[in-house]
Write a protein that binds this ligand. Structure first.
Ligand code: FAD
Length: 277
């Protein structure tokens, strides 16, 4: 079996404590030779400076570092400035997204959808960056139809995206069928599964209700049964997610992208589990 590669996603920490903890997380995860570490970007530019600081620190440590850029509420000028800085600092990979407008705010800006951002990045910077985009095996909550969502991914790839990272999922079949459909639609780029470890049921349910990722009934009920017993819940979560990763590996996924929430312990256990075989 071909060796799976890994990438890890962080959010930019707010406090000096958070910055220190993230450094420790990186040291731990670096042992798995990640392809890159990516850093999220608050829609509307709310984390602009913290994202950049985190990305540049990772870059200085000698790792490939990929900033996310979300375009909603941003002007072309703002995105152009950001791209220029990243180019000057030797960044080679970007994750290009639309982002979500915080509730109550009106979206104003030069971009409506991520495909327009990808097109803009290519027009401004040619082939300087490897561009990742988001993909949704269980479909984006705003998509009119599954087909419309697939065609949106195709537009992003046709605009110049090199690969896609998926929203997390716990149903491998949804991913397999999605990748087959992508192939049939003429989307021929790697579609890397996004993997969300299970840290906490309340938080997971909240994320899932926003992003449309399904928590299967059996899984939700088993997790709820653990109640306050967080250690047992996490041990069970490691089992479930390790099995998901093994299934994906056996199918031949190119790579796994972990949503770390800036923590390493559970991810290390999952990677150790799937590397033993
Ligand atoms: P798009 O590809 O633009 O799609 C958004 C919706 O619009 C979809 O429903 C699509 O079908 C629909 N659509 C697209 N084009 C059209 C059209 N022409 N007409 C009608 N409908 C259309 N968010 C952040 O704020 N910061 C981050 O750092 C971040 N990182 C992420 C990383 C990954 C790997 C993933 C999967 C998501 C991430 N998100 C992040 C969340 C993401 O911003 C949201 O899911 C957002 O709602 C959609 O972003 P997108 O890039 O997929 O948008």
């Amino acid at each position: 079996m071909k060796k799976t590669t890994f990438s890890f996603e962080f959010f930019p920490p707010k406090t000096s404590d958070g910055i220190e903890k993230l450094r420790e997380t990186r040291v731990e995860l670096a042992q798995y030779n990640p392809e890159f570490f990516s850093v999220t970007f608050g829609a509307g530019g709310s984390t602009r400076d913290r994202t950049m600081d985190t990305v540049l620190e990772i870059q200085q440590e000698g790792f490939q570092s990929a900033p996310h850029i979300s375009c909603v509420s941003s002007s072309k000028e703002e995105i152009r400035d950001l791209l220029k800085t990243y180019q000057e600092r030797g960044i080679k990979r970007l994750v290009a997204l639309r982002g979500d407008v915080p509730s109550g705010e009106v979206s104003a800006g030069d971009f409506k959808y991520a495909a327009e951002l990808v097109e803009f990045i290519r027009a401004e910077t040619g082939n300087q960056f490897h561009i990742e985009v988001a993909a949704y095996p269980e479909f984006h909550p705003e998509a009119r139809t599954p087909k419309a969502d697939l065609m949106n991914l195709k537009r992003k790839v046709d605009a110049g995206a090199n690969s896609a990272i998926t929203q997390y999922f716990y149903n491998a079949d949804a991913y397999f069928r999605f990748v087959d459909q992508c192939e049939a639609t003429g989307i021929h780029v790697p579609i890397v599964p996004g993997i969300m470890p299970i840290y906490n049921i309340t938080q997971l349910a909240r994320f899932s209700s926003v992003c449309g990722a399904d928590i299967p009934r059996w899984l939700k009920m088993r997790l709820e049964e653990y109640g306050e017993d967080i250690d047992s819940l996490r041990a069970f979560g490691v089992d479930v997610v390790s099995e998901l990763c093994e299934t994906l590996q056996a199918w031949g996924v190119p790579s796994l992208h972990f949503y770390t929430l800036n923590r390493s312990t559970m991810i290390s256990k999952i990677i150790e589990n799937i590397s033993e075989k």
